[in-house]
Design a protein. Structure first.
Length: 405
């Protein structure tokens, strides 16, 4: 129901382009869902009306019976009028709590199914969890290695098959391939958002499943294409992963992802409220805010999964250049369909149908791999330029200088 209603704008666009039949089918589906909702609501209201009528009828008949029998007893002298009035008053006090109990029981019955579903949800145990006896990990230099990974979302086909590669400390790699090649799945396996069905992901030679999960989350940050922001101020969202960040840290990351014009447009600056889900900013601004938040967390491995897809080519290239020069101690794993923006990385991993088919620098793959050349030469107009922004000059400097030991 929510999916259909949220797609009404798409239905209008589809209808305007001439595909009336498809839009009409979707609107018909929405009408059927609305009819079902109306039937459920009508049945619920009818049930409540029946309960009210039955309760009122029983109360009225009982009251009439008591009054009639009491009048008869008063007439024959077995009861006085005062006693009859007192009995009727006690009868009213008896029916009020009985009616309240019956109404509460009816409301409870309506909530039973929701409570059952909530309990089922709370009883779900996450498949990815910390080990009982976690292994310590040194946070200075992180080396990731994947050995013969296999992962499948269903039994029909594998998303990743026999995948083996490594990411050294401070190394910059990209995972490239056609849509559906397994790039995002490989990135999520590295970040231990999923566990492979077979194979091992190791961190500094230790199986990542044996490492404390909060430590993994602190050392490895995965940023997806659709960034998530929370209701709150800009500063609260930026400091979500690092509450101890200073004003100087905030200024550096804001400059790094070119957020100064966005902050300046806001009347309250960093104290501006973003609204639910960051609805006050555009898609590109949302991505830059999420990227600044990720950098501010200071991970040792930063995975960007189409994290700049809503930016124009010039701004994306400028931000990647800043990442390259300022995060010298951070390993970068980049996924982007615009390969021209990734020529500077140390190594490209070329995936096809979940399998690593080639690996190497840009010049080598451009010469040796037909698939890589095909992806690299994809027309640039296939990538929508969402937010054309002019980028100012930027003098490279280390964003977070190393502390002296």
């Amino acid at each position: 129901m929510a999916e259909t209603l949220s797609g009404l704008q798409l239905f209008v666009r589809v209808a305007r382009t001439g595909s009336i039949s498809r839009a009409a089918r979707e609107i018909g589906k929405a009408s059927q869902l609305l009819d079902q909702v109306k039937r459920y609501q009508r049945d619920r209201v009818a049930s409540e009306v029946r309960y009210t009528m039955v309760n009122g009828t029983v109360t009225a008949l009982t009251s009439a019976l008591i009054l009639g029998y009491g009048a008869y007893l008063a007439q024959v002298g077995a009861m006085s009028i005062g006693q009859l009035v007192v009995c009727y008053g006690y009868l009213g006090r008896l029916f009020d709590p009985i009616g309240s109990i019956a109404s509460a029981y009816a409301n409870l019955q309506k909530s039973v199914s929701s409570i059952r579903r909530l309990r089922q949800f709370l009883a779900i145990k996450p498949s990815v969890a910390s080990p009982e006896f976690p292994k310590p990990i040194r946070a200075e230099d992180i080396r990731l290695a994947c050995h013969e990974l296999y992962f499948s979302y269903n039994a029909d086909r594998s998303a990743v098959c026999n995948l083996t590669f490594a990411v050294g400390p401070g190394e910059r790699i990209s995972i490239v391939g056609r849509s559906g090649a397994g790039k995002s799945t490989a990135a999520k396996l590295i970040a231990r958002l999923y566990d492979p069905q077979s194979g091992i992901v190791s961190i500094n030679g230790e199986d990542i499943k044996r490492v404390d999960l909060p430590s993994v989350r602190r050392l490895i940050h995965y940023m997806p294409q659709h960034a998530v922001l929370f209701t709150g101020t800009v500063e609260e969202n930026l400091c979500y992963g690092n509450p101890a960040a200073t004003s100087a840290d905030l200024r550096r990351v804001i400059e790094m992802v070119h957020l100064e014009p966005v902050i300046q447009r806001m009347s309250r600056g960093l104290q501006e409220t973003l609204g639910p889900g960051g609805c006050q900013v555009s898609g590109g601004e949302r991505q830059r805010l999420a990227l600044a938040r990720a950098i501010l967390q200071r991970p040792k491995v930063l995975i960007l999964d189409e994290a700049t897809a809503f930016l124009d080519t010039a701004l994306e290239g400028e931000i990647f250049e800043r990442l390259r020069t300022c995060l010298s101690d951070t390993s970068l794993v980049l996924i982007s369909h615009r390969l021209s923006a990734l020529e500077w990385v140390d190594r490209h991993l070329l995936l096809d149908q979940g399998t690593l088919i080639a690996s190497g620098a840009h010049d080598y793959l451009h010469k040796e791999s037909h698939l890589y050349r095909e992806l690299y030469n994809t027309p640039k107009d296939q990538h929508a330029l969402i937010e054309p922004v002019s980028t100012p000059s930027f003098s490279p400097h280390n964003l977070f200088p190393r502390r002296r030991r």
